[in-house]
Design a protein around this ligand. Structure first.
Ligand SMILES: [Zn+2]
Length: 333
């Protein structure tokens, strides 16, 4: 693809959410035929199609997936979504949570292609820390679960085939994570860039997640070392003023005369998230962290809890991404 075509492509993807638009994304990402521009990464292309049932989109849509640093597999959209849900959400989660996850995963991939902001050619990688995890059905069956698990997740994918989350005519930024610790975070607080539909909301019912609350205990010396400081005096006196984000995370924390952002402490102290408390008990520092990751968007455990109370996947999506709507890739209206 030349660059002009990629720009047109991005515009088309971002325009897909126009209600009942006569617009098909079919074939919007086609397997490359030419050699990659970079001679340093000789990428291989493998095209795979949905193995069990035709896509509900008129013509298959393809997702370029970086499986490692040197190769791209081009997967049909629904087949890709199946692999993401297999990798990102336990098969025992409620059906409606699995369906919400399928829609969110599909949307996230299309958003990355449209933005082209993570990898060349708008590809997505299989790392949950960067894009979203992916596992092939074969590998899943070999290492993680049963055919019944695959069937359960495949059903969630098929029942939502082609559905994506949109906001104001564009594919939404459907970030997600496993556990918020009780309240999600506002995107603006984490990334400095706000989205009307990525606001802080309460997220009850996550208690069974093992990252709901995690306590970390450090010696005062180890704590100071992690901060790169040479601190003296009583540890309790090191801990000063704290300000909070809308999602209950640490916005800033004063430690012995220096102000840290929550994000910086998250990194320096190796915590699960920016939502934490720090207390001192003698020469011991106790840090209790709530949730894991950026905590922006849909909580997977929260979605499962909502589903367990009878909420449908569309209700889950509109709760975690308020003001959005659902449209279909390739809808011909
Ligand atoms: Zn990535």
């Amino acid at each position: 693809m030349d660059k002009a075509w990629k720009q047109v492509l991005a515009a088309v993807i971002l325009g897909v959410c126009l209600p009942r638009t006569v617009m098909s994304l079919a074939g919007f990402w086609l397997p490359r035929e030419e050699e990659p521009e970079s001679s340093q990464s000789a990428q291989q292309t493998v095209v795979e199609t949905f193995p069990t049932q035709p896509s509900k989109t008129p013509v298959p849509v393809y997702i370029p997936v970086l499986t490692d640093k040197t190769s791209i597999r081009v997967l049909e959209l629904e087949n890709y979504v199946l692999g993401v849900v297999l990798a990102e959400m336990p098969a025992y989660f409620e059906e409606e949570a699995l369906k919400a996850q399928a829609v969110v995963a599909r949307t996230y991939a299309l958003r990355r292609i449209a933005q082209g902001d993570r990898h060349p050619d708008g590809a997505v990688c299989a790392s949950s820390g960067c894009c979203q995890a992916y596992i092939s059905t074969e590998e899943y069956l070999e290492k993680r679960g049963t055919q019944a698990d695959v069937n359960r997740i495949r059903q969630a994918v098929l029942e939502t085939a082609g559905e994506i989350v949109c906001y104001a005519g564009s594919v939404a930024e459907t970030t997600y994570f496993s556990c918020s610790g009780g309240k999600t975070e506002d995107a603006l607080e984490v990334w400095g860039e706000g989205y009307p539909y990525l606001q802080s909301v309460s997220s009850p019912g996550e208690e069974e997640a093992f990252t709901y609350r995690v306590t970390k205990t450090l010696s005062a010396n180890a704590f100071a070392q992690k901060l790169g400081r040479d601190l003296s005096g009583e540890p309790a006196e090191w801990l000063g003023k704290v300000t909070y984000t809308r999602g209950g995370g640490i916005k800033t924390m004063d430690i012995s005369g220096k102000t840290y952002t929550g994000a910086k402490l998250w990194q320096l102290l190796g915590l699960n998230s920016t939502s934490f408390t720090v207390t001192a008990k003698g020469d011991t520092i106790i840090i209790e962290t709530a949730g894991k990751g950026h905590r922006v968007g849909m909580s997977q455990y929260g979605a499962d809890a909502m589903a367990a109370t009878g909420k449908k996947y569309l209700e889950i999506l509109s709760y975690y991404y308020p003001g959005t709507e659902i449209d279909k890739v390739g809808t011909i209206g």
